[in-house]
Design a protein around this ligand. Structure first.
Ligand SMILES: O=P(O)(O)OC[C@H]1O[C@](O)(COP(=O)(O)O)[C@@H](O)[C@@H]1O
Ligand SMILES: [Mg+2]
Ligand SMILES: [Mg+2]
Length: 320
């Protein structure tokens, strides 16, 4: 089994970027250990604090955020970071080459029920024409990502990552503590009968999206035999889709604050879109490629339709 570093070197990834990826993975191993300890380590349950999204933070949200933030700010290749759990940009080493954005713990509502959770990260080049602490550092389109990945803390701890080439999977080997290559090049099937959505939101959706689901659920034979999966952790749903295809949807809806759905562009939609598109799938928002969206704020949300090419195309065709 090939180790991670030789694979990245073969991909001609620059050494400084490889070292930064190592920093992120060192934090992920520590998070993986804390997650596996669960109640034994007292990491379950909520804090009394809310993040900028208005969500009550889980203890593990805070622990994972502190671990990643601490290790990244100690890394002198990092100029600034942005996190779901940080209201603002946090600056690192001046003139350093990279900026990093991350969702320290995706699927927080699964923490206390031993469900799937993960860490999502993305790396960009730092900008020299804006201040280090400015949100403009992160106002870069998703197609400018140098590297994107997630670590899934499931039965195994898996790293799925791209540096612009194939999307690959590495499994954390608990015997020697390193990530070993277990999937060299994911290729998402163009169409399946699996879809993933929180169907309980149906009443709040625009009519065209309701019609799409009416057709899918009971009107059209073309969809008979479909099955739904919902992990309540985007990282887990997207991992299933990268592994065997399907469609992940988090549409806009009519509730206050949900006009763009729930998924955050910078540290959820863009990194996962980069991974899916580099596996032959499609990632769109309101019919437009997610990777081409010009970001306007750190925690902005976007409606998403991500997954198997033909399923995304059909959804966009009937809901536009
Ligand atoms: O509450 P819902 O509608 O099931 O939403 C679940 C979605 O929210 C999220 O948990 C949001 O991410 P966080 O857990 O990082 O806040 C996604 O991973 C998941 O797809
Ligand atoms: Mg998340
Ligand atoms: Mg999160």
């Amino acid at each position: 089994m090939q180790r991670l570093i030789p694979v990245l070197k073969k991909d001609n990834v620059e050494l400084e970027l490889i070292m930064l990826i190592r920093t992120i993975l060192a934090a992920s191993k520590e998070i993986s250990f804390r997650v596996s300890q669960g109640a034994l380590a007292g990491v379950l349950g909520s804090t009394l604090d809310e993040n900028i999204q208005g969500e009550v933070q889980k203890k593990l949200d805070v622990i994972a955020n502190q671990l990643l933030k601490g290790m990244l700010l100690d890394d002198d290749s990092v100029r600034a970071i942005a996190s779901e759990e940080e209201d603002f940009v946090v600056t690192g080493t001046p003139k350093a080459p990279y900026i990093v954005a991350f969702d320290p713990l995706d699927g927080s509502s699964n923490v206390d029920i031993n469900g799937q959770i993960g860490t999502i990260f993305t790396i960009y080049k730092a900008k020299d024409d804006v201040p280090d602490d400015s949100e403009l550092q992160f106002a870069q389109k998703g197609d400018q990502q140098l590297c994107a990945g997630y670590v899934l803390y499931g039965a195994s701890t898996l790293l799925v990552m791209t540096t612009g080439g194939p999307t690959r999977c590495y499994t954390l080997d608990s015997t020697h503590g390193g990530y070993l290559l277990t999937e060299n090049n994911f290729e998402i099937p163009v169409r399946t009968k699996e879809f993933s959505v929180n169907i309980a939101n149906y009443r709040y959706w625009p009519e065209k999206i309701q019609c799409y689901f009416d057709e899918l659920l009971y009107q059209s034979d073309a969809f008979s035999g479909s099955s739904m999966r919902w992990n309540a952790a985007m990282v887990g749903d997207i991992h299933r889709i990268i592994s065997r295809g399907g469609l992940f949807l988090y549409p806009q809806d009519t509730r206050d604050g949900n006009s763009n759905g729930k998924i955050r562009l910078l540290y959820e939609a863009n990194p996962l879109a980069f991974l899916v598109e580099n596996s032959g799938g499609l990632a769109s928002s309101l019919g437009k490629a997610i990777l081409e969206i010009q970001p306007t704020s750190l925690h902005q949300r976007v409606p998403v339709a991500i997954g198997s090419k033909e399923q995304v195309e059909y959804y966009n065709k009937v809901t536009r």
